[in-house]
Design a protein around this ligand. Sequence first.
Ligand code: PAF
Length: 288
Amino acid sequence: MIFTEHITGMEIVRLVAETKAKISKFKAEGKTIGFVPTMGALHQGHLSLTEASVKNNDITIVSIFVNPTQFNNPNDLTSYPRTLEDDLEKLSIYNPDLIFIPEVNEIYPEPDTRIFDFGLLDSVMEGKNRPGHFNGVAQVVSRLFDIVTPNDAYFGQKDFQQVSVIKQMVKDLKLNVNIVPCPIVREKDGLAMSSRNVLLSKEQRKNASKISETLFKACNLAGELNVTQLKNWVVEEINKNSYLSVEYFEIVDDTTLEQVKDWNESNNKVGCITVQVGKVRLIDNVTF
Ligand code: PAF
């Protein structure tokens, strides 16, 4: 930690009480707080959120916390990449004011037994395939919001369904936080940036670009094929690649997340996909 403070000069806080005290001081000075919650293993997507927050708020706080309650698969939690020194070095370019890096017992001094009900928003797609995942996300994000009390909180659109769930959580809990969704950041070959990309082998990584390539082609085919035909086309096209196996591809309304069966049913449609690449699950989406 001395190493990182030395190279970056950023302030790192580990305790909830200390973080709250610093934030109270900022607020007393009339400063606005922007917040970027992360699980570390930072990439350009996270940095774009940090950049937006630094630009639009007086104070920016980034949290790095691998939240155990949102992992329904224990192996996924164990293998989640942890790259703290590298993360701090990347963040130093944007110079956020505070980096909050709590231990599990700081966030959960007692087990969080809250059960949220987001209806359809967390029972389809990722919610259906990762039971309990969004409940864990809501637990940690509400706890972090409680500590940080941000004016604005920044989230990547790659986790499209997560943004919908968090917006609903803010409404349900009547929190005074503005949720700012930010565009997906992609690698040169189109692959959506994700902390999990580093877990791919060289060959898997090369083939993973087929996911976004197919989604972009699907956007162009939307005028020619009906919804069912297009969905089948996407799944078949991606599954032709022996490295890739589609878990689901759904075209949904971007607010209700209800499945769209006909192009005229909704004005704002988004195609959401999850693909298994070996042991790594990658998600992506496109707007139709
Ligand atoms: O998107 C993520 O990295 C996580 O789900 C979040 C929002 C930081 C909560 O742990």
